[in-house]
Design a protein around this ligand. Structure first.
Ligand SMILES: [Zn+2]
Length: 209
């Protein structure tokens, strides 16, 4: 059996197991898509949100890319935010970075090239301010500092998106959060608390940038 045939077999066994426990599970799943959370995270395979939050995957709407970036000209990310807020009516958007991030490390060590270099260019700008502040720090310390600052930056980008600004102007209940997942411990850390207005977002931007 090829590796991918094995995956299909695993899927079949998984579906059968669920149906044997809850016969209407897939019928019910097909009728409802109402996640409360939008998760914007890194593509790193160790950071799947449903696993680390211990939640069923249908409760989290997910967008992931290398180093959890939010570019205002990225139609994919902007569409996800628009769909999550305007149609799914999520209450929370979480931007989550993580320790041991290959994208962050590549920028720190000037190892990027091609499309990844273009994708991570905003991180290079943040790297300059980190490098000045943490000249004596170890690579791991600088990597974590850059990861944290990147989460804050991407949170402010989410807050600056047309969808989120409009939602707040219309008085919708919507909070944006910046978290950090430590792969070494399995623990999530809240970096910024709950941001639920343009004023709060502006204050955080002023504080950090
Ligand atoms: Zn990563």
């Amino acid at each position: 059996m090829s590796e991918l045939s094995e995956l299909l077999s695993r899927n079949f066994a998984w579906a059968e197991k669920i149906k044997s426990r809850t016969p209407n599970f897939f019928k019910n799943l097909s009728k409802r898509h109402k996640p409360k959370y939008l998760w914007i995270g890194c593509s790193d395979s160790r950071t799947a949100p449903d696993r680390l939050l211990d939640l069923p995957s249908e409760e989290i709407f997910v967008h992931r890319n290398i180093a959890n970036m939010v570019h205002s000209d990225d139609a994919s990310c902007m569409s996800v935010i628009q769909y999550a807020v305007d149609h799914l009516r999520v209450d929370h958007i979480v931007v989550c970075g993580h320790s041991c991030c290959g994208g962050v490390r590549a920028v720190l060590e000037d190892q990027t090239s091609g499309p990844i270099d273009q994708w991570l260019r905003p991180l290079s700008v943040l790297k300059t301010s980190i490098s000045e502040r943490l000249q004596q720090a170890s690579v791991d310390e600088r990597s974590l500092a850059l990861t944290e600052l990147n989460v804050v930056k991407q949170v402010t980008n989410v807050c600056g998106s047309t969808t989120v600004k409009t939602a707040w102007e219309q008085g919708k209940k919507l909070s944006v959060h910046g978290w950090l997942f430590d792969i070494r411990t399995g623990i999530l850390r809240d970096l910024l608390g709950e941001i639920n207005s343009a004023e709060m977002a502006a204050s955080i931007h002023k504080q950090y940038f």
